[in-house]
Design a protein around this ligand. Structure first.
Ligand code: ADP
Length: 159
């Protein structure tokens, strides 16, 4: 069975992430979307909220499971029996960081490969940070996020 892990902060998950999850789910027998518990960036949503929003967004895809994890991504991948780590690539600006990360993970776990999927054109400009800024300023984000995420962002910025 071919298993892949799709790790990230998902703070919050958006349609660009969902698109990558759907496409990766078509390539592997099982995809585990893994919400990273403790990224170095400042978070808007805690782990339980990011997990719940990710489940609402991709939970209906048959072969996708959503978990949270802490520690090294490669350790989580090994525990899951995953052969691949999936990442999304938006623009050349992502490439430098993603290639550094991929080579680091390869050095830590040579048996696990990193599979990068190029973002679909309509989500190429989308990032969680810009999304949060637009939501904070009251802009329309409905085209970029699943309904549960739209509701969560609206609640957060109303309060
Ligand atoms: P991280 O904090 O690990 O960079 P993110 O939650 O920001 O995690 O993103 C998780 C993965 O999704 C990364 O591989 C990232 O490049 C990818 N990604 C981010 N935005 C998009 C997008 N608009 N379309 C497709 N993939 C994306």
């Amino acid at each position: 069975m071919h298993v892949a892990i799709y790790p990230g902060s998902f703070d919050p998950i958006h349609n660009g992430h969902v698109d990558i999850a759907q496409r990766a789910a078509g390539l592997f027998d099982q995809l585990v979307l893994a919400v990273y518990d403790t990224p170095s960036k400042k978070l808007l949503f805690d782990t339980a909220q990011r997990l719940a929003l990710a489940r609402a967004a991709v939970g209906t895809i048959d072969n996708v499971r959503v978990i949270s994890y802490r520690g090294l991504t490669v350790d989580c991948a090994r525990e899951l029996g995953a052969q691949a780590i999936v990442r999304g690539l938006r623009a050349t600006s992502d490439y430098e960081y993603e290639s550094q990360l991929a080579l680091t993970n390869k050095a830590l776990a040579p048996e696990i490969d990193v599979v990068c999927l190029i973002t679909s054109l309509q989500y190429a400009y989308l990032s969680s940070s810009i999304l949060k800024e637009v939501a904070m300023l009251g802009g329309d984000i409905s085209a970029w996020v699943p309904p549960a995420v739209q509701g969560a962002l609206q609640n957060r910025f109303q309060s």
